[in-house]
Design a protein around this ligand. Structure first.
Ligand SMILES: [Fe+2]
Length: 388
């Protein structure tokens, strides 16, 4: 038996945020806590969302204290504001950090002993997630990542109730992203799609989502990177692809790429999507012997089919296509460029080995395997055989 947990309502398309007034009809008088970060606030997006909510008669209180990698202290501060302001819903605006923080605030608020002030069509304390990056898929996923303020450890939590009530995926909100953020977040989405496609819990249902996302990202991420201010089609496609990839990994799980990148992110501060992008070829090369058939099926999506090749050769070709994609997006080939030194690897190995993201990796692994993967990622050499 497979259980699929999907967001009950998705709004997709350029300008769709303005349609929020339609779905919030009848909620006049309610108050929403708008959860965001200072950078997004500077762009004026939360003010615009407040204005749209105002048209539906909904007042907002803004909590903009979320930092990259949100902490339990930030959740507590947000919850305090939610209670003090007598809010009955939450609207998260931003990348994965504000959305994850808001998911956690809603969860604690719902579990609390107090009664909600207002009931709503999506149940108690609904969460509306409005992503401003095309990558994390947090607006449709049942996962959240939070850092324990006391221990400093990053914790990955999973609960079907974490899935926001409404996801508003409006590509217009991503046009001001700089190329580096476009690539880092876009490659996070690509890692979600590829890892969930190869995960041990993958099904035909999650594969359909993941394969479609892979095809879109390979075609449109280079365009969004090069001309993201003007190329609205590329922005729209990336927004949709990251959502598909988010649903895929939310239901199928991830793998060793995320487990090893979480460790690099925590220790060296490398942005999440960038760390994934660097680790991806090396983890794929490690997994390839057991997933060559499945990887080969990506070949027609990634390039025109070449006849006469074995599963192994075809899957190696797919690896090389992904390698070339990363180089065209100026992702460094080696962890060295992110400040990682050989002496630091043993600590990364311990952290990555304990990371639950690796539970659904297609191959089992020992610490020595993770050590080899990190050593390869430090050397930065193309890990796939060239097919003659
Ligand atoms: Fe991710």
């Amino acid at each position: 038996m497979h259980e699929y947990n999907l967001s009950p309502m998705l709004m997709l398309g350029s300008g769709c945020r303005h349609k929020l007034t339609d779905i919030l009809e009848g909620q006049s008088g309610a108050k929403a806590l708008l959860v965001t970060d200072k950078d997004i606030r500077q762009l004026g997006i939360p003010d615009e969302i407040s204005e749209i909510l105002g048209k539906a008669g909904i007042e907002t209180a803004v909590f903009d204290e979320v930092a990259a990698d949100p902490t339990t202290d930030q959740v507590t501060a947000g919850l305090q504001m939610f209670l003090n302001e007598n809010c009955s819903m939450i609207v998260a605006v931003g990348g994965g950090s504000p959305i994850d923080c808001a998911k956690n605030i809603v969860y604690v608020a719902r579990e609390g002993a107090f009664e909600p002030a207002v009931s709503f069509r999506w149940g108690r304390f609904p969460l509306i997630a409005i992503p401003t990056t095309a990558g994390t898929g947090s607006e449709v996923s049942q996962y959240l990542v939070i850092t324990d303020s006391d221990s400093g450890n990053k914790v990955v939590l999973r609960d079907s109730s974490f899935i926001p009530s409404v996801a508003v995926c409006d590509a217009e909100l991503t046009t001001s992203l700089p190329p580096s953020v476009t690539v880092n977040t876009g490659m996070d989405a690509f890692s979600h799609a590829l890892e969930s496609y190869l995960a041990t819990c993958a099904t035909d249902f999650s594969d359909a989502l993941a394969m479609k996302a892979i095809g879109i990202i390979v075609e449109f991420l280079p365009r969004a990177y090069k001309n993201g201010k003007r190329d609205m089609e590329a922005r729209e496609k990336m927004m949709e692809a990251q959502m598909l990839a988010g649903m895929a990994f939310s239901n199928a799980g991830l793998g060793l790429c995320h487990a090893t990148s979480h460790a690099v992110g925590s220790k060296y501060g490398v942005p999440h999507g960038r760390a994934n992008a660097i680790m991806l070829p090396y983890v794929l090369a490690y997994n390839l012997p057991v997933v060559q058939r499945k990887v080969s099926r990506l070949f027609p999506i990634l390039a025109s089919r070449r006849g006469g090749l074995s599963w192994l050769q075809t899957s190696q070709e797919v690896g090389r296509i992904i390698w070339d994609l990363l180089r065209s997006l100026d992702i460094p080939a080696s962890l060295k460029e992110e400040g990682v030194k050989a002496a630091g690897i043993s600590e990364l190995v311990e952290t990555a080995y304990a990371d639950p993201a690796g539970n659904t990796n297609p191959c089992t692994y020992e610490k020595s395997d993770i050590n080899e993967i990190y050593r390869a990622a430090l050397a930065g050499e193309m890990p796939f055989d060239i097919v003659g």
